[in-house]
Design a protein around this ligand. Sequence first.
Ligand code: NI
Ligand code: MN
Length: 225
Amino acid sequence: MKITFYGHASLGIEVNDVHILVDPFISANEKASHININALQADYILLTHAHQDHILDVEAIAKRTNAVIVSNYEIASHFGNKGLEYHPMNHGGNWDFEFGNVKYVNAIHTSSFPDGSYGGQPGGFVIEGERKNIYIAGDTALTMDMKLIPMQTNLDLAILPIGDNFTMGIDDAILASDFVQCDKVLGYHFDTFGYIEIDHEEAKRKFFDKNKDLMLLEIGESLEL
Ligand code: NI
Ligand code: MN
């Protein structure tokens, strides 16, 4: 499994030659100006919630690639009504896709489309594929529901928001790492806007002091599991 950071909460995941994009917000992110959305491959686009900083580039990418949009019922049907391919899910549900099993799990946040219309309830994803298991938390507060995840899945990587203000910050992300029983964390949802700028060295040191590994990728950089 290969995971590429495209800035903010945007990720590319490759599992068995299947390309998955998560929460594409790239074309308006000045820090990601070197990423060309017209060159990104996508068989599936997973969306955690409807906020603009998670769905901005969905239509452009899905129209070009015919990617299947996977999200909660409201978001998936919103894009389905525009003629795009979609697979609706909701909290607690699993589905076996060609690349592995996906579960849509709870997140504590909000989820409205940019025009204010209802975007269902926000979530995260647990993906089991290629004998590697990852948790993509989405935008969320620290929540006790995270403790449910390791009851069913041994995670190899937890992808957690760390920018604070709109989501968990570093200290809560460290607790989240305990809750999901995964000491290997990829941080995301930081530095894009003034509200969520973080001190990278301090963040890494705080994780290190708890015997945990916080990885922060450059935009466009990948890691292999
Ligand atoms: Ni959000
Ligand atoms: Mn966000």
